[in-house]
Design a protein around this ligand. Structure first.
Ligand SMILES: Cc1cc2nc3c(=O)[nH]c(=O)nc-3n(C[C@H](O)[C@H](O)[C@H](O)COP(=O)(O)OP(=O)(O)OC[C@H]3O[C@@H](n4cnc5c(N)ncnc54)[C@H](O)[C@@H]3O)c2cc1C
Length: 506
């Protein structure tokens, strides 16, 4: 059975919901998803510079965290349009935490020069953002459908004109004038991640198959602090950076401060710096965790601000209020992704990407904390605006299917990527990873893993969250971004070129 709509949006996280909501009044939209992605799990908040805060200071902090590798024009769109998008979210019914005088409560996180993170339910911001967007969308009557997108439909001229959806009972084709990938990150390609299992890089693999390129795939962000539960695989509970924002500090297993003297912002240094310091400390001490010590923070602040973290701690029998808790880094966020212009257009006509799956350049080499919910809100709206103004004409020519393959041994792929393309990388390990992935097939996880390994192998310097122990410093010979495309056989990702700007060239 085939049906047709104007726009198919794949993914019901902050980016997909924002896009669908922005299109609801003007286009016939179908929102597809396999369930909830990372959005409802987000804890810390949404960054927004308003009032006495200056969006340009926010832009500066974003670029510093991004190791000077951000796209300045897109960062400007993010910080300048952000407060308006947050205000609209409030108008849709989102309840952010407020001070006694009614003003929005704003906290500090790593890399921010001032408190500008708005939050909800203490540390349950993503759930509230998700709830508010979902209920706003329900009020519009936009149709939603549960099922995994297992392929795209492409016309002879190369445009994307539809999707293939596995509903469990059957594979259904849905024709569309535009398809928007809002499929989130790649957490499931690593053994341990903060992301839920629905986040597995399908959008990355679909975009490559369609002929789009990826950019900045080597910049995979590891969150410095997930709760060390004894488990080393699957989705692990996050301990938001905002706990350090309230005064908690990191200690090694001997009780010594880890971040003292390492960075002027100490425990609130950008994420990549803190994650590297923890990795090095664990390696030095032969330990599988370090300690996060929040015992000097007032208990009522911890109770009010971090109910989610307290509940995770309680599940493993530790108490954030009175004792140090064990933490370790885990995969968290993909800074790169599908190369798009500022309105989400990829190089392939009819195919758009938004949110964590997209690379707009706002994260550079390392995402600033609490900028990704904001990215979904801002760029979701931008895609919706673009598709309201101009929707590609329906291409009625002959079509063919681009179906996703199956990963034969997902656990093996995760093990390889984790071992060789984690926080610390080197050329020998990355070459070994490429060899070992040679027999991993062409499923989405294998494609994601090969893309990360190809880009990480090519970049022979260290910047942001890409750390090569054999090339430990930034090197201006590597100031270009690295793009990845499928090879001519259409099976394996390879480095396609180096380029200076994010904007997709048509
Ligand atoms: C624990 C945690 C805490 C975080 N805290 C913060 C924070 O405080 N502030 C912040 O800004 N960011 C935070 N982040 C990051 C942020 O939550 C994500 O980057 C953001 O929510 C991504 O939104 P998205 O809409 O791009 O994707 P997601 O929310 O991940 O949604 C992806 C969607 O795609 C769908 N999908 C995927 N593949 C398919 C397919 N083949 N077919 C159909 N559907 C598919 C999924 O079902 C899902 O609906 C956090 C992330 C995690 C995991």
């Amino acid at each position: 059975m085939t049906r047709a709509v104007d726009v198919v949006v794949i993914g019901s996280g902050v980016a997909g919901l924002s896009t669908a909501l922005g299109l609801a009044a003007t286009r016939e939209v179908l929102l597809l998803s396999v369930g909830d992605g990372s959005t409802p799990w987000a804890q810390g908040g949404v960054s927004a510079a308003y009032g006495e805060d200056d969006p340009l200071d926010h832009a500066h902090d974003t670029d510093v965290a991004g190791a000077g590798f951000c796209d300045p024009r897109n960062v400007r769109a993010l910080v300048e349009e952000g407060p308006q998008r947050v205000a609209e979210l409030i108008a849709h019914g989102a309840r952010f935490d407020r001070n006694a005088d009614g003003s929005l409560s704003r906290t500090l996180e790593g890399g921010h020069s001032r408190p500008r993170i708005v939050h909800a339910g203490g540390d349950a911001t993503g759930a509230e953002v998700h709830r508010a967007l979902r209920s706003a969308l329900e009020r519009t009557g936009v149709r939603t459908m549960t099922g995994r997108t297992v392929g795209l439909v492409q016309s002879e001229s190369g445009s994307i004109v539809g999707v293939l959806v596995d509903t469990g009972a059957q594979t259904e084709q849905i024709d569309a004038r535009a398809v928007v990938l809002a499929t989130g990150g790649i957490g499931n390609a690593y053994l341990a991640s903060t992301n839920p299992s629905t986040v597995r890089g399908d959008g990355i693999a679909l975009a490559l198959q369609a002929g789009a390129s990826l950019v900045d795939m080597e910049f995979v962000q590891f969150h410095p602090t997930v709760l060390y539960t004894g488990e080393t695989s699957g989705q692990l509970p996050l301990v938001t950076e905002a706990v350090r924002g309230e005064g908690a500090v990191l200690r090694d297993i001997h009780g010594r401060r880890i971040m003292d003297g390492l960075h002027p912002r100490a425990d609130l240094a950008p994420r990549d710096i803190v994650a590297r310091a923890i990795e090095s400390t664990m390696r030095r001490d032969g330990s599988n965790h370090v300690w996060l010590d929040a015992t000097a923070v007032a208990p009522d602040v911890l109770r009010r601000r971090f109910p989610t973290v307290l509940a995770s701690c309680a599940r493993i029998g530790v108490d954030l209020l009175t004792e140090q808790i064990p933490v370790a880094p885990a995969e968290h966020f993909l800074c790169g992704g599908v190369r798009t212009d500022r309105n989400g257009a990829t190089e392939v006509p009819g195919l758009y990407a938004v949110g964590e799956v997209a690379a707009t350049g706002v994260h550079g080499a390392n995402r600033l904390a609490s900028n990704s919910l904001l990215e979904g809100l801002v760029f979701g709206r931008r895609v919706a605006t673009a598709l309201t103004l101009d929707l590609p004409a329906r291409d009625r020519g002959r079509t063919h299917e681009l179906a996703l393959g199956e990963d034969r041994d997902p656990e093996r792929i995760r093990t390889i990527l984790t071992k060789y393309a984690g926080i610390r990388r080197d050329g020998a390990g990355l070459n070994a990873a490429a060899d070992e992935l040679g027999s991993a097939g062409t499923g989405p996880l294998a494609t994601v893993a090969r893309s990360v390994v190809a880009a990480a192998t090519a970049r022979q310097d260290s910047r942001g969250c890409h750390w090569r122990s054999d090339h430990p410093h930034p090197d201006d010979r590597w100031d270009d971004h690295i793009a990845v495309r499928l090879d001519e056989a259409g099976t394996s990702p390879e480095i396609s070129n180096m380029f200076l700007s994010y904007a997709a060239q048509k």
